[in-house]
Design a protein. Sequence first.
Lengths: 327, 502
Amino acid sequence: MNLVRAAAAKLRSWEGFLLLILIITVIGNAIQSPVFLTVGNQINLFQLSIEKIIVALMMTLIIINAEIDLSVASMMGLSACAFGWLFLHGIPVPLAMIAAILVGTLGGAFNAFWITRVGIPSLVVTLAMLIGFRGLARVLVEDRGITGFPEWFDAMGQQPIIGPFPLALLIFFALLILLIVVLHFSAFGRYVYVIGNNAQMARYSGVDILRVKSILFIASGTVAALAGLLFAARVGAVRGDVALGFELDIITIVLLGGVSIFGGSGSIFGVLLSILIVLNLRNGMALANITGHLQTGVIGSLLILSVLIPNIRQRIRDALERYQAAR
Amino acid sequence: MKTPVMEMKSVSKHFAMTAALSKVSLALYPGEVHALVGENGAGKSTLIKIMTGIHRATEGEILLDGDPVTIQNTQQAQALGVAAIYQEPMVFPDLDVAENIFISHRDLGPFVKWRDMYDNARDIIRTLGVTLDVDIPASGLTLAEQQTVEIARAISLKVRVLIMDEPTASLSAHEVTQLMNVVRTLREQGVAILYISHRLEEVFEIADRVTVLRDGQHISTNPIADVTSDGLIRDMVGREIDDFFGKRTKRTRQDVLLSVRGLTKENVFTDINFDIHRGEVLCFAGLIGARRTDVGLALFGIEPADRGEVSFEGQPVEITTPEQAIALGIAYSSEDRRKLGLAMSMSITANASLPTLRKYLSGLGLIHRSDESAMAESYRQKLNIRTPSIHTTVGTLSGGNQQKVMLSKWLNVKPKLLIFDEPTRGIDVGAKAEVHQIVNELAAEGVAVIVISSDLPEVLAMADRILVMREGQQMGIFDAEDATQENIMSLATGQTTLAAAG
């Protein structure tokens, strides 16, 4: 009985609600289209947004820490463009890839410097860098589209390497497992939550909050740069507008996953569910030949609902309590 | 006998499995100050929340002028003439006094009639018998004045039952007197007042009747003339406390642990000099604004001093971060539990292990949950933290139990020096005695304890020596046996120097 009640309590939580929506979406899609449940379609569904969801995993930690990184999409663009520029200038592809990822690490460190050493809010710093990194990316490639990368590089973005899984998907799963362990089982993860809850208190308890924040922003920049490279490989071309506007989709996924924008609460599990919902919804609508604009509208409504539903739920709960009290 | 304005008849409130209040009855009469006392967690807050419509009672009824009512929400409570003011006044700093007074009104039409509003505000302030400009912004008001504004707000809403929850907890002695006068004025005007306070002397000064709650149960209601402070305390804690503050025994002095010379922070404190020995309790006494906490923060590395020498265990040290202080064996338990002490939405375990998390890690940096829980569980038992589980969220505990979680957190550092800022602020007598007991035991184990306290009886009972500060200056150090409330106060208020006071 207790077990049942505990399970019910779990299901009433936000994660439970997301799980319900996911199941409904999956069943709906499966009924609607016979190809939906095929391995090929399932992989494809991840592939189309793989870079966003990789970055969303890292963003989860940043938002739980009560910070935000708005510069991730611009960093994806910058890393892709830096890679393209180096490639054009005859640098060997492997070297150019390493350099592009280093650009992300440095960009993240640059953000971290202003946030932790100078004390400017991350919202302001990363908003400035949203413009800054993007500007740099456009300066590097101007209005060209750079293509003609070696075949193995393009293949990296599309070819399955282990079983049916392409590299980007494997990176996503590896990062997922790593971040679950870090956030939910390690001291670093505990610090991330505590700082998001009450940063001053954490400082008074001897937690090096500047170190934790620096690591998060450097990791965020690095992961974004890696995602930018994966994008370049998947599309096989680099332009100044790579990943333009992705930051909003990424933050949306994280918030839909139940992470509080004020920090201190949320989980990777919730964000994973949110990722699966968004991907399955988009895929299902694509299979049903619903246009891209309408798809965006549906995802948007889902977000609005995700804000409204906890509110409505609370009202229903209050009404029930009143009803019981009246009896 | 008059009929009560408001009456609670065997009201109960259950939260999930626990009963926060069971069958409590209480009658409030017009023109009467009714004191409500009890330890933290006794159910006072729950009762207030039911009266003001924040919670709904699980059973029982509420009568207003003899008629049963259900109070669904705070607006309805307000319409019925029930209002509450709290320890931390709720004022809008950018609005002026009159605007703050009329902020809750929804019945004055769509446009503000400025002239009427200021006139009415002035009238209300006058009836309270205080002087306060109604057109100055609230941001410049003292806490006592802010409370006056809150009371005026309640009066503007035709309050008939005014609940005052720990209104004097952050007020100075002078401000308390002012507030007491306001309360008397209200009583003369026929308002029924429910007055909640931990300070028994206030209860005896102001109340007509007094009700004691314990563990959610109604224990007693008596006219104030029929009770004694010992009797009240007995009712509150349910046991005899032979010595309220647990007098400490004189101990032989051990070697010096920490030595401070000429410690100075520009515009904060100047030239602080003292030694503290192992096993000694040194109290920092002084008024609010004496900068005692700042000295503590400097020693803990939060706000390092600019000049001066500190040596710890005979070695000169320069402490610039809390990490460094903790590594040396210095712990600082803050006076502000909510902002600086605990993560309110996290578990007892996560709070208790925070400064020492490294002790519970495997090689890969992962937390050993079982070791961590075992530690929290051992402190729960040792410090008698009253909670069903160590996984309980800290924010749901009473003040006294929160203070014990703070202590667990810092005791687990195994400190050589514990700086304990306001150890018993906002906690009830029972927990207070327990905290004093813990400090005594620590001292007996050889831990040096700096207690920063504004509670003079507490200082006199706990201290081996007392350092008095005033406006960032060290006024003198007493041995406990030479100290009296009078000579400490005369130093703290700057009326004398040490030589004259001694």
